[in-house]
Ligand binder design. Structure first.
Ligand code: SF4
Length: 363
């Protein structure tokens, strides 16, 4: 997110001691010493997923530490609006905000707009969302270059981003503490991942690798340590760990990794697998992956591909039906060939469905 100072702030800086390099309104601490403290800022989380936006939380800390009044998703008159969209399908909303004078950023808007280092280094303001767990990245970037994924382009090669202590929510007295990890490739280095898992175990800190783990990296040692570690789902309501099965080409490695996890004692009911659909696979290949996952007694979860470059969603009814059929566990009730939600709604005959055969008219 490129941060530009609100007009009121810029005026104060201009009247004060102007330093080289500060004319563009960059957030340099020294330049901000004279800023007045009555600027009211509205932070807009355009995704509204219920999942906290880390960038807005850091920005909130920075703004509050400089005396500003911050509200989240507020209405009414404010001096400045900063909006963030992680998902590209919210880009239009972000542009709407920008056209009205707000500052916008986030992966869904642009990979070039980043938080200034001074803001990026702030601890998150957990009170912004009222959460009692820690949130953030132990590592960023990735060791792989999956074509459908924004991470390599956005963050580059894998690197360590923080310590476990650095991700603790210090305002929370939750016992045991809980940390939601945003890491995209937690297994980027086996030794490093082992040391982090051992630290979670030793310190009694519950954690959730919310973005899923890489099944291709699972070794016997990782599987055993993971089995002994306090992993949870993102809501901390059930023991769950997720591995991606995004591509049929990794079937052998998926099977090997899963079998290693089961051998280490992780029950299948603790496991979930993401299934990417709508990128370069056919529905038949998608169904085959779902079948393999279910063969192990694991829960599949379908993610429908959206192009992060253009912000264009996949509009295929077939994929949306597949996502609904899997994610609502309707596979327990009927086969996908028999799942015709359009028929129920009287919209039959217009969709390109799995068999390419138009459904029969609704009775
Ligand atoms: S392994 Fe995961 S994070 Fe890395 S490039 Fe592939 S999809 Fe993205």
């Amino acid at each position: 997110m490129r941060l530009v100072l609100p007009d009121a702030v810029v005026h104060v800086v201009a009247e004060g001691e102007k330093r080289e390099g500060e004319a563009e309104g960059g957030l340099h601490g020294a330049a901000l010493r004279g800023v007045r403290d009555d600027v009211k800022v509205n932070l807009l989380d355009l995704d509204q997923t219920g999942f906290p936006n880390l960038a807005l939380m850091r920005l909130s800390t920075w703004l509050k530490s400089h005396g500003h009044d911050v509200i989240l998703n507020g209405a009414g008159k404010v001096d400045q609006v900063y909006a963030s969209a992680v998902f590209s399908w919210n880009r239009a909303s972000a542009e709407f905000v920008e056209a009205r004078g707000g500052q916008i950023g986030g992966t869904g808007v642009s990979l070039q707009r980043k938080l200034p280092a001074e803001v990026e280094s702030c601890n998150p303001d957990y009170s912004l969302y009222g959460i009692d767990y820690g949130l953030g990245f132990l590592q960023r970037g990735c060791i792989r270059r999956c074509e459908f994924c924004v991470v390599p382009e956005k963050e580059g090669n894998a690197y360590e981003a923080s310590s476990i202590t650095g991700l603790m929510n210090r305002e929370s007295d939750r016992d045991p503490p809980f940390i939601v990890l945003l890491d995209n490739e937690f297994f980027w280095k086996v030794k490093w991942a082992l040391s982090k898992l051992e630290e979670f175990i030793k310190r009694g800190i519950d954690f959730c690798p919310s973005q899923g783990l890489d099944i291709r990296c699972v070794t016997p040692a990782l599987a055993e340590t993971l089995a002994a570690s306090p992993y949870w789902n993102v809501h901390h309501t059930s023991r769950q760990i997720t591995f991606a099965f995004d591509d049929s080409s990794i079937e052998k490695r998926y099977r090997k990794g899963v079998e290693e996890l089961l051998r280490a004692g992780i029950p299948p009911r603790h496991l979930q697998s993401f299934v990417l659909v709508g990128f370069n696979s056919t529905i038949e290949q998608d169904l085959k992956r779902i079948e393999i996952i279910r063969e192990y007694g694991i829960d599949p979860f379908v993610m429908v591909y959206r192009d992060w470059r253009t912000g264009q969603p996949v509009r295929g009814q077939q994929h949306r039906n597949l996502a609904r059929w899997v994610n609502r566990r309707l596979y327990k009730v009927c086969a996908f060939e028999d799942y015709w939600p359009e028929q129920r709604r009287g919209l039959q005959g217009v969709m390109d469905l799995a068999t390419n055969t138009p459904p029969t008219p609704a009775s």
